[in-house]
Design a protein. Structure first.
Length: 116
């Protein structure tokens, strides 16, 4: 499974961005897709995940309703809509594919910078 994340950039606080993660290869083996992020000097943290089949979603508490994960199975693409962005959301955002409930496939990150 190959993953390509895009959509990052520079945005002012309070703004929005939509990240995309295009999956290719043996995508049928994945049971879920997720988004993670890693800020400078910090550990990688889980943001959200969505199952490929039923569309069940899970979010970290810090999202507080600001982010929404969605998928387009026809395009093998997962999205992360981020609203009300804060400077502390600045990080490199990664998408990942889960196999047997473990995120085993990772794409390169896309950088998000939120200015105050």
């Amino acid at each position: 499974v190959q993953l390509q994340a895009s959509g990052g950039g520079l945005v002012q606080a309070g703004g929005s961005l939509r990240l995309s993660c295009a999956a290719s290869g043996r995508t049928f083996i994945a049971d879920a897709m997720g988004w993670f992020r890693q800020a400078p000097g910090k550990e990688r943290e889980f943001i959200a995940q969505i199952s490929w089949s039923g569309g069940r979603t899970y979010y970290s508490d810090f999202v507080e309703g600001r982010f929404t994960i969605s998928r387009d199975n026809a395009k093998n693409t997962v999205y992360l809509q981020m609203n009300s962005l804060k400077p502390e959301d600045t990080a490199v955002y990664h998408c990942a594919a889960s196999l047997s409930n473990e995120f085993k496939y990772w794409g390169q990150g896309t950088e998000v910078t939120v200015s105050s």
